[in-house]
Design a protein around this ligand. Structure first.
Ligand code: C2E
Ligand code: MG
Ligand code: MG
Length: 865
């Protein structure tokens, strides 16, 4: 496997992918799961449910409270009614018991009246006899009084010794005597008729009867007494006063759990059973509701008994509230349990609703949460995240769109990475990628060597065969170097990148000795020395390699790169296909160059550059027909710096256009002055490659020429052959437009590079300047003579004026002139001169060339006459 790690995009990407732990971390600012839409919806539903439940519960409780209050009221009434009803029944029962007492009295009396001894005693009319008998009978029958009457209704005896006269008087006109008379009046033994009832005795009557005063109420019965013949002989009356306590009532009380009172119309208590001292002053019968006792502790219901009496049964008043409370408790607990049941059902229903909603929300938002997670991953830089659209409806639509977007995003990110980190021509990693990958390789302990390769002659290939061929060549170079490195290192041990136009950088780990590095460099040179097949042509190039070793020459990529670059310049200057190692003095050279760059920039800004002028002389008559403006820089410390050097620096640091503009302005002004003074000169200026390719070139030239008020036909622009060939279409367009204004164009340094004659023929130049290398020493070089002759003939054939450059000897001049050169330029006439000195050359003298042989090769003035 190739050790050129930088060519493996996946590996590089993997190294930049976020670490695993970061992919899983929840990024800040991104909502965590509990605040997801699903959870929020559920929270809303839950809150609504709980609120609803609370509301329903509250309202229900309130309503129940009201109900219970009503119920309590109703129950109060109900329990009162119930108690009243019960007491009513009991009062009737109590009355029945009393009535039974009365009936018993009557029945016993009847039996007594029918007894023969009783009849005999009555018939005897002897009160003693009567008393003796009745006292016995009364005590056995439980009668308080047993009174015997004769057939006229007169008292004839009693069970106790009484004043019978007084008794007769007392009983006169009483209810008892009325009833007695009725019985005595009309009665027969076959149908005996007695009378029973309850009587209220007045005090007089009571005292006559010998009864205590409290015995005001008594059961009375009257029965007729017949003799053996069936004749009515008298009557018996039994009196049984109701006692304060009556056994039957007490029995009743203990059975019925209620007190009983028998009261008179004046609310006097006749008899009572149960709690004592309970008084009912306002007792009524046949009224609704309960009667309260005077102390309020008891409630009672009364029924009428006979005409004047009432039988009342009573119970503790607390029974009403107790019953009511008991009933209320039963009702309330029932109601409460109902309410709880209701609330439990509501809660259950709510729970079911929430579960259903949860499921629905989960189902609906399932796709959304996956979407959000994926988006977070992507936001975190992880484009490799897996995503499949899920969910339904719009969520699914969104997911599908997201899926497509992710695919596009991956593709464009891949493309961007490719563009950002890979060179489209050679398909190698570029400068940035190398900067990212190199430190890992350089940092290894085994050391490494960095090779800075600059192709020799690549520019010419580009100019000669065109850019496509140039690109093809770069691809092949990249391939050869990759293959070489593949055979050299183990996986991950080498890096290769294209870092500039024809510049490559290779790093080989483990190479740390000069010998090992030299071997690698030689292999690189050898592999690139083999000619390249470009379309139908074969081309050869060379390579200059600068080498810096880690750790000897530096430990960082930047240091090693700079140092290898410096070393590369050394290699380049010592000829093609060489390599050189970085040495510390190169750093000094670099520093000096940097200082020069700074000084040049300053000089340009301060217009410290000057323009010298070199004449172009007619080969026909020796007249100065034109002049070439050439930039000169006198460095305050280093003296004159040759244009070859500072022009190159200016080109490299992007200041050449400013120099050209300055020279143009200055030359237009100075030569313009000479033209206005009468010299008919054609001024030639040089333009750099970058300038002619600048879209604003035409506009700038026109403006500058107009501002200088310079006649356009007197201006000639020199474009070097290599520049013209590099981009012929652009050059042709620029030339054509400016030529319409009358400006002339010349191809400079023709013959110095790989000329493409057909392209040259199509370019609308006015003149061709034949390079010094073709001209110098031509007189004594047959090969050069042939070439120069052919070149001059060809240019003439194509209609170009010709200028031979760098003519230093009369022989060379003569040869050129004889072979049709239009003009000549060179030290033979004059080196480039300051304006004043150049102006001297224009003095109207007869031109005669006196050749001064150049002994030391230095520029010096030539005499022109
Ligand atoms: P070039 O345009 O071909 O200019 C002619 C060069 O030949 C000049 O060199 C001139 O001094 C030199 N030369 C002329 N006659 C002779 C001779 O008989 N023998 C020898 N050995 N050399 C002779 P210079 O001035 O050093 O300029 C070198 C090159 O720098 C120029 O070549 C031109 O390409 C470039 N250059 C000079 N000034 C400018 C400028 O203002 N702008 C641009 N873009 N390039 C300039
Ligand atoms: Mg020139
Ligand atoms: Mg030239």
């Amino acid at each position: 496997m190739l050790a050129v790690v930088a060519t493996d995009p996946d590996m590089a990407e993997a190294s930049r992918a976020p670490p695993r732990w970061r992919r899983w971390a929840v990024p800040s600012g991104i909502p965590s799961f509990p605040s997801s839409i699903a959870m929020r919806l559920v929270a809303v539903v839950l809150a609504t449910g709980v609120l609803g439940l609370g509301l329903i519960g509250g309202l229900t409780a309130l309503r129940l409270q009201q109900q219970l209050r009503h119920q309590a009221g109703a129950l109060g009434e109900l329990s009162e009614d119930q108690l009243a009803h019960r007491l009513d029944g009991e009062a009737q029962l109590a009355r029945a018991r009393i009535e039974v007492l009365g009936a018993e009295t009557a029945s016993r009396l009847r039996q007594i009246a029918q007894r023969a001894d009783v009849a005999k005693a009555v018939a005897s009319n002897n009160d003693v006899t009567i008393r003796e008998l009745l006292s016995i009978v009364a005590s056995t029958s439980g009668f308080e009084r047993l009174i015997a009457f004769d057939e006229t209704g007169r008292v004839i005896g009693a069970n106790t010794p009484l004043d019978l006269l007084a008794l007769n008087r007392a009983l006169e006109s009483t209810a008892l005597s009325v009833n007695l008379n009725a019985i005595l009046k009309d009665n027969s033994r076959s149908h005996p008729r007695g009378e029973e009832g309850i009587n209220e005795f007045k005090l007089r009557e009571l005292s006559a009867l010998g009864l205590p005063q409290r015995h005001t109420i008594a059961h009375t019965a009257i029965e007729p007494v017949f003799d053996d013949f069936g004749d009515l002989i008298g009557a018996l009356a039994a009196i049984r006063p109701l006692g304060r306590t009556e056994r039957t009532l007490e029995n009743f009380t203990s059975l019925a759990n209620a007190g009983v009172v028998i009261i008179t119309g004046d609310n006097e208590i006749v008899s009572s059973a149960g709690p004592e001292g309970v008084r009912f002053s306002g007792a009524r019968t046949r009224l609704t509701g309960l009667q309260r006792s005077d102390d309020g502790n008891y409630v009672a219901r009364c029924v009428d008994y006979e005409a004047t009496l009432k039988v009342c049964t009573f119970a503790s008043a607390s029974l009403v509230t107790t019953t009511r409370d008991q009933m209320f408790q039963i009702g309330a607990s029932h109601t409460r349990s109902l309410m709880w049941q209701f609330l439990a059902s509501a809660a259950l229903a709510l729970g079911a609703l929430v579960v259903a909603l949860l499921a629905a929300v989960r189902h609906l938002t399932k796709g959304l949460s996956a979407l959000a997670k994926t988006a977070q991953e992507i936001a975190g830089g992880n484009l490799d995240v897996q995503f499949r659209a899920t969910g339904i409806g719009e969520v699914r639509g969104l997911g599908l769109a997201f899926e497509r977007m992710l695919t596009h995003l991956r593709a464009s990110t891949q493309r961007i990475r490719q563009l950002a980190f890979y060179d489209t021509v050679s398909r190698l990693p570029n400068r940035e990628k190398m900067r990212v990958d190199a430190p890992a390789l350089i940092g290894a302990e085994e050391g490494a060597a960095l090779f800075f390769l600059d192709l020799d002659g690549f520019k010419s290939i580009n100019d000669t065969f065109g850019h496509k061929a140039g690109d093809e060549l770069l691809r092949m170079v990249a391939e050869r170097l990759s293959n070489l490195l593949m055979t050299k290192g183990a996986a991950g041990k080498c890096l290769l990148a294209r870092v500039g136009g024809d510049e490559f950088v290779a790093i080989i780990a483990g190479v740390k000795t000069v010998e090992a590095a030299s071997l690698s460099a030689r292999e690189m040179i050898e592999t690139l020395q083999v000619s390249f097949k470009l379309q139908s042509n074969h081309a050869t190039i060379g390579v200059s390699i600068g080498i810096a070793i880690c750790p000897t020459h530096g430990t960082t990529y930047d240091d090693l790169l700079i140092r290898a670059d410096l070393a590369m310049y050394v290699a380049k200057s010592s000829g093609r296909n060489t390599y050189a190692f970085f040495t510390p003095d190169l750093a000094e050279v670099a520093r000096a160059r940097h200082a020069l760059e700074t000084d040049l920039a300053l000089a340009i800004r301060n217009e410290e550059l000057v323009v010298h002028y070199q004449p172009k002389v007619s080969c026909a008559n020796g007249r100065i027909l034109g002049v070439e403006a050439l930039a000169r820089w006198h460095h305050p410390k280093e003296g004159d710096i040759p244009p070859q050097r500072f022009i190159k620096i200016a080109e490299e640091i992007g200041l050449i256009m400013e120099i050209d503009r300055f020279v143009l302005r200055r030359a237009l002004a100075e030569i313009g002055g000479l033209i206005r003074a009468g010299s008919n000169l054609v001024l030639a200026v040089n333009v750099a490659a970058t300038e002619i390719e600048d879209p604003l070139f035409i506009r700038d030239i026109i403006t500058t020429v107009r501002e200088a008020d310079f006649p356009p036909p007197n201006l000639e622009i020199e474009i070097t052959e290599s520049v013209a060939m590099r981009n012929p279409d652009v050059v042709r367009e620029r030339i054509s437009l400016l030529r319409q204004l009358g400006i002339r164009f010349a191809m400079d340094d023709f013959g110095a590079g790989y000329s493409n004659l057909s392209t040259m023929a199509r370019l609308p130049f006015d003149a061709v300047k034949l390079d010094r290398t073709l001209v110098a020493g031509v007189a004594g070089d047959r090969e050069k003579q042939t070439i120069l002759r052919l070149a001059l003939g060809l240019a003439d054939e194509l209609g170009f004026e010709t200028v031979v450059e760098g003519v230093e000897t009369a022989e060379d001049l003569r040869f050129a002139a004889e072979n049709g050169a239009t003009m000549a330029q060179g030290y033979i006439f004059s080196p480039p001169l300051p304006l004043e000195e150049f102006a001297v050359l224009l003095q109207p003298t007869l031109l005669a060339v006196e050749l001064v042989p150049r002994r030391d090769g230095a520029e010096r003035k030539t005499m022109i006459r």
